[in-house]
Design a protein around this ligand. Structure first.
Ligand code: ASP
Length: 427
């Protein structure tokens, strides 16, 4: 994997420099009419970088999880780890939603939106919201337990061809691994060895892809800066909402997780924050927890000292299932849209928002904008017009970047806490 020794300048510095260079290139292009150049010749390299990460996501999750479960040796270790993980995933998500709720209800950012602007913004994003509305409508027609049905793939090969079906691949991998540990070890030895070799090969592929990160990140940032040109009006109208989401996410990242780390692990909060920084940067630029998984796995294991058994189970599952940043943001977004549209939410509606957000975050794919369809469903479930989503689409990308950083930090925190418990009470 990527180690400091291989680079004269540490990777996170290279990524920072890449971000800075990309932003500078984007701004320059806006000034000198270079937008087509950035769009045609620079941005595609950023997309290529993302595609490479997406390409490796499914094989990485499958092999890491099967290897992780095989490493647990028996069902009781599996259920111990799984039970704790589910508890912590849920607990952190509920706290994130509560934080969003508390901030959204006290600051009331939606009341500050200039009501004249609302119609204009809705018009601008009409086609995009309609598309998401259709998907959300179809999904909400399918009954409350549909999300459980969605976890189980009818065809694993089909599921493995679609990155947004990660949960189905996780289900298959866990089931496969679970079945394998119930069979005598000598019988499954060839598979275990195959998984080990596959894991090494895939991690080497990841290593090569990550070396491309600083350039990919530079190209992505340049493209984003150019794309956001002209959106400044919407930016300022929604500044309060954006600031609130940013504040909530920063509280999660720099107060909530470090406190958990301080009280439930032996790692110092300072070390945790410093160590997680490159992973957060990576999540920030890719806006995808799945794409960040390889870096997170490496950092949490090698630099935070969490055991491989724990990381290879908790992180791949957490990437899709545990989304604290997304949940926190969704709560604020729903409140904001309701306030901006002048809708007063009842306690019952607030409870529905909490429940729906927590449950639906489980199925949110770790991809850019992965939470939009889910947000639509939450909005519809409490009767808020779904086209209100248009209000926040314009500034979603930067917020997506930050919430993805929180999502991956949450996964690392859960892994560190569980590992600490396991080390204190060995099987
Ligand atoms: N981009 C987020 C992630 O990958 C998901 C979302 O909130 O849209 O974690």
């Amino acid at each position: 994997m990527v180690t400091k020794k291989k680079f004269a300048v540490p990777l996170y510095w290279q990524i920072m420099i890449g971000m800075g260079a990309g932003i500078a290139a984007g701004i320059t292009a806006l000034k000198v009419d270079g937008i087509p150049f950035i769009r045609d010749w620079i941005y595609p390299w950023g997309k290529l970088f993302i595609v490479l990460l997406q390409m490796i996501a499914i094989p990485l999750v499958f092999v890491t999880l099967v290897k992780g479960v095989l490493g647990l040796k028996d069902i009781s270790s599996f259920s111990r780890l799984g039970g704790r993980a589910i508890f912590l995933y849920l607990a952190t998500t509920i706290i994130a939603v509560m934080l969003g709720l508390a901030l959204g209800l006290t600051v009331k950012p939606g009341n500050l939106v200039n009501k004249d602007k609302i119609a204009h913004i809705q018009e601008q994003y009409k086609s995009m919201t309609e598309e998401k509305e259709n998907v959300a409508h179809e999904t909400s027609q399918q009954g409350p337990l549909r999300f459980i049905e969605d976890i189980i793939p009818a065809n694993i090969v089909a599921a493995a061809t679609d990155n947004s079906k990660m949960l189905q691949v996780i289900f298959f991998a866990l089931f496969f691994g679970l079945a394998a540990i119930t069979i005598p070890a000598e019988k499954v030895k060839p598979v275990a060895e195959l998984m080990n070799s596959l894991n090494d090969i895939i991690l080497r592929m990841v290593d090569y892809i990550i070396r491309f990160a600083p350039y990919g990140v530079a190209a992505l940032m340049a493209g984003l800066v150019v794309d956001y040109n002209g959106e400044a009006g919407i930016f300022s109208a929604l500044a309060m909402y954006a600031l609130l989401v940013v504040a909530a996410l920063l509280i999660m990242m720099f107060v909530f997780y470090p406190l958990l780390i301080r009280f439930f692990t032996k790692i110092t909060p300072g070390h945790f924050i410093k160590t997680m920084f490159p992973v957060q940067l990576f999540a920030f630029t890719t806006s995808s927890s799945s794409s960040t998984l390889p870096v997170n796995l490496h950092t949490v294991e090698k630099r935070l000292g969490v055991s491989k058994d724990t990381t290879s189970f908790i992180l791949p599952v957490g990437t899709t299932v545990n989304m604290d940043g997304t949940s926190c943001y969704q709560t604020i977004a729903v409140l904001f849209i309701a306030q901006a549209l002048g809708i007063d939410l009842t306690v019952e509606q607030l409870l529905t928002i909490i429940g729906m957000t927590v449950i639906s975050s489980i199925g949110t794919p770790g991809i850019p904008g992965g939470s939009f369809v889910i947000l639509m469903i939450v909005l519809t479930s409490v009767g808020i017009p779904a086209d209100g989503l248009a209000l926040i689409l314009g500034i979603d990308r930067p917020l997506d970047m930050l919430r993805t950083s929180v999502n991956v930090t949450g996964d690392a925190t859960v892994a560190a806490i569980i590992d600490n418990r396991l080390k204190r009470q060995p099987a």
